[in-house]
Write a protein that binds this ligand. Sequence first.
Ligand SMILES: Cc1cc2nc3c(=O)[nH]c(=O)nc-3n(C[C@H](O)[C@H](O)[C@H](O)COP(=O)(O)OP(=O)(O)OC[C@H]3O[C@@H](n4cnc5c(N)ncnc54)[C@H](O)[C@@H]3O)c2cc1C
Length: 383
Amino acid sequence: MESILTYPRQVFRDDHELLRQTVRRFLDRECRPRQAEWDREGRVDRETWLKAGREGLLCPTLDSAWGGGGGDFGHAAVIVEEIGRSGISGLGFGLHSDVVAPYIARLGTEAQKARWLPGCVSGETILAIAMSEPGAGSDLRAIRTTARREGDDYVIDGSKTFISNGLNCDLVVVVAKTAPDLGGKGVSLLLVEADRPGFRRGRKLDKMGQEAADTAELFFEGVRVPAGNLLGEENKGLGYLMQELAQERFVIALGAAAKLEAMYEETVRYTRERIVFGKPLLDMQNTRFALAGIRTRATAVRMMVDQYLAEHLRRRLTLDEAAMAKLFATEELGRALDEMLQLYGGYGYMMDYPICRAFVDSRVMRIYGGTSEVMKELIARNL
Ligand SMILES: Cc1cc2nc3c(=O)[nH]c(=O)nc-3n(C[C@H](O)[C@H](O)[C@H](O)COP(=O)(O)OP(=O)(O)OC[C@H]3O[C@@H](n4cnc5c(N)ncnc54)[C@H](O)[C@@H]3O)c2cc1C
């Protein structure tokens, strides 16, 4: 991978780099030409998911028993990084493969895994996770969706919002209260198939960026699922979320670091070519100082993320470290994109320019997966 680093990255092996080439080809061949159509439709088409499945780009870390690539987190990281670098917008692969599928792989029974994981690998079963509600985002203890036990079933009532892959999803991990009196200790995770009666998708939400990401509201009105759809143990949901959210946050950090590098490289190229007052924009001291600062900070982000990636490959990444990586990488990305966009003048405000798209698409990285403020709270807990 091209890098702003002056030394080669140590974390990846040859098989990771081989996969990187496959991902780049896939993004250029199958995704880039469809971006405008996806933006218009407000979603990525199913055929692209199925093609990604055929190329082994979905759930690369899942065991081969379920059709997965049997890879390690390095394979997942390569896919996340290349999507981040590419500027292609709206692909929900990272959420599907590295955020939601791990819940089923780690907490699921053999029967649940056999039933759903092969479809996750092929792209036939698209996943979503429904935590956030109109009245509860950062504070998940405040959710109001309930799952009431009735005989051999759970009956789910409530509504969720901001759900990524909300329009395309076939299976949703729903966070619901099974014991509302117990507050945070009464939360469980349930698998809900999208064809269950009473399940309804709301409108596609109109966002600042990522037009092609099918972020939607989901409604549950007396949705009945068998008790066999409970994921893990009853009332342990919040603990499971805390464990799995570390990887979700780290995935966001990986994507942010890659986007920061790609946009830095793009901006150096642009300012070298753009002539102002008879000389390249890059020769102006303001441009040089801005880019020198960004290069320095992007290097610090890269070093942190690579160190934590190595830790995560050894399964030693802690919750605090994941929070620090997300906080640092996404805040630095946001600050750098704002500075770099300014260097483009009016072109920076035009959606045809990657910097403009990166600016609007990545603003949400400081919000979803837990806001920067929530990251600081988590980090501060262990002061
Ligand atoms: C595009 C997009 C995709 C998303 N995808 C998903 C998804 O797939 N599944 C899902 O469940 N959710 C998803 N979300 C929801 C996302 O995780 C939440 O928006 C986020 O966690 C913040 O919750 P909130 O929006 O309710 O804001 P609030 O919780 O209302 O926060 C409002 C403000 O209060 C601040 N705040 C909160 N707590 C504290 C504190 N303790 N100290 C100081 N300040 C605090 C926040 O930082 C923020 O600035 C998505 C959101 C977006 C925008």
